[in-house]
Ligand binder design. Structure first.
Ligand code: GDP
Ligand code: GDP
Length: 469
């Protein structure tokens, strides 16, 4: 075949073979990886298809991709025989085999048969549970763990979910290269490829980052808002369908727009029959429900108040990410001591958000304020992060063998595998037997370990427990 990468001939590229029984979505995965423009057009079922080949780029490296779909028809009698014959030569020459199953239909005897055969071929295999879209998808996909081919990677080729993970898992498994690097793609080509593969959706959800500013009365929220508006280019306009004093405010920093939510709530003053304290919590609830990132503003001269912690717990409960802003830093006398005292109090009281980012500044003078939005961006990025399933389960096995779960009523609790069901905030499902009895401290051991291993400071992390057979 002719190569579109002039510096490296196609024969020299690593070969990735997509295999599995008919109808699990091999061609759809192929199209995702190769990109619609280069792929051959899908064809009528029952008609002999040519072996499809294409090229893709994973982490800057060109690979050759072979889709074995359709080869079945040209081969001997039984389904197993056909699948095997069709895949045999392709698999024998593969640097990596993507073995696909259909998460929705579960594991079939044909899958098991094929997996057993594949295990004996001695080629590196990445197990893919396709059609795993939606909330149930990731859980259903985990059944594939029983095939003994390692942790399945849940994706939905049709919806483009998990395709970025797939690419990075492929890149992790390629043989080392001494070939010259592939010619650098133009930004635009890369962007198009990302869009086609669904990668873009994963990395950056659409729309501006939504930010709320909350805190107790007099912490300096309005001053901070004005400071931010003064420093950054601002676009304002009436928000349709809302009251007149509700203005949609969008800031722009170097990385793009940030939408401030519920700035009206910020200006609202407490009614006579409400105490100020009550008011600040209820206003915070409204604001943070609409936000992705929440800046919790503290008056640093007063230290941490119980009500600040109450708001922080709300933020955690709602699954938002939080940046702690120590305001009025200009008026703080012993800064090092104050900072440490506040940090200690927060770490002790908010274990569920360990590593919460802290920024100190003066909204009044503007000193230190430049650190705020970059910190917000970083927190947002962590909150959006996805951990590849393979890496997650390698870590998980290490954690469990280092420190097995305790006996409950004299019986050992079995933990089998873990998968990330979603991001925003990072949410993981842990499968095992009698997981409902898994002690809290063991769950904390896992969550804290995960924070460290996968660099997830400050964000709420959800660990859901599921019984598996
Ligand atoms: P192949 O025979 O293994 O190459 O499978 P195809 O790629 O032709 O897909 C078989 C069917 O599954 C088609 O109708 C696809 O549209 C559908 N399909 C592929 N991927 C997904 C997915 O992620 N989710 C769902 N729900 N359907 C999918
Ligand atoms: P809000 O109720 O949280 O919106 O608080 P305001 O923004 O209205 O501020 C309350 C008071 O704190 C005002 O008198 C502000 O001038 C003052 N203030 C706000 N930020 C700072 C700061 O960084 N340093 C000092 N010294 N005072 C501040």
């Amino acid at each position: 075949m002719s190569s579109s990468f002039p510096s490296v001939s196609a024969d020299a590229l690593p070969v990735v073979v997509i295999a599995g029984r008919p109808n699990v979505g091999k061609s759809t995965i192929f199209n995702r990886l190769v990109g619609r423009r280069q792929a051959l057009v899908a064809d009528t079922p029952g008609v002999t298809r040519d072996r499809k080949e294409g090229q893709a780029t994973v982490r800057g490296r060109a690979i050759r991709i072979i889709d074995t779909a359709g080869l079945e028809e040209a081969a001997p009698d039984t389904l197993y025989g056909r699948m095997r014959a069709s895949s045999e030569s392709a698999v024998a020459n593969a640097d990596l085999v993507l073995f696909c199953i259909d998460a929705r239909s579960g594991i079939t005897p044909a899958d098991e048969h094929f997996a057993n055969w594949l295990r004996r071929q001695g080629r590196p295999v990445l197990l893919i549970a396709n059609k795993a879209e939606g909330r149930q998808g990731a859980a259903a996909a985990m059944e594939a763990y029983s095939l003994g081919l390692g942790a399945p990677l849940a994706i939905s080729a049709e919806h483009g979910e998990g395709v970025a993970d797939l690419m990075s898992e492929i890149a992790d498994r390629l043989p080392p290269t001494d070939l010259p690097p592939v010619q650098k793609q133009s930004r635009r080509d890369r962007r198009i490829q990302q869009e086609e593969s669904g990668e873009v959706e994963d990395v950056r959800p659409p729309g501006p980052l939504r930010l709320a500013i909350v805190g107790r009365p007099n912490a300096g929220k309005s001053t901070l808002l004005n400071r931010l508006l003064g420093e950054e280019r601002m676009i304002t306009g009436p928000e349709p369908g809302l009251t007149r004093d509700s203005i949609a405010v969008t800031l722009n920093d170097d990385e793009g727009p940030i939408q401030l939510v519920d700035t009206a709530g910020l200006r609202r003053k407490a009614r006579i029959d409400e105490t100020l304290e009550k008011m600040s919590v209820s206003a915070s609830i409204e604001a943070l429900k609409m936000a992705e990132v929440v800046i919790l503003v503290l008056d640093a001269t007063l230290g941490v108040h119980e009500q600040d912690l109450q708001i922080a717990r709300l933020i955690e409960r709602e699954g938002r990410c939080c940046v702690l802003a120590l305001n009025k830093w200009d008026a703080v006398e012993d800064r090092a001591e104050t900072r440490q005292a506040i940090k200690d109090r927060i770490e002790m009281s908010l274990a569920q958000m360990r590593g919460i980012p802290v920024v100190s500044f003066s909204a009044l003078t503007g000193a230190g304020i430049n650190k705020l939005l970059p910190t917000v961006r970083r927190a947002h990025e962590i909150w959006n992060r996805r951990v590849p399933t393979g890496a997650l389960n390698r870590w998980f096995e290490m954690m469990v063998s280092r420190h097995p779960p305790p006996l409950v009523d004299g019986r050992r609790l079995k933990l089998r595998y873990i998968t990330q069901a979603k991001a925003r905030p990072p949410t993981f499902i842990l499968f095992g037997t009698r997981t409902d009895q898994l002690p809290d401290d063991y769950q904390r051991y896992l969550v804290n370990g995960m924070r460290e291993e996968f660099d997830l400071p400050g964000t709420p992390i959800r660990l859901l427990l599921r019984a598996s057979s």
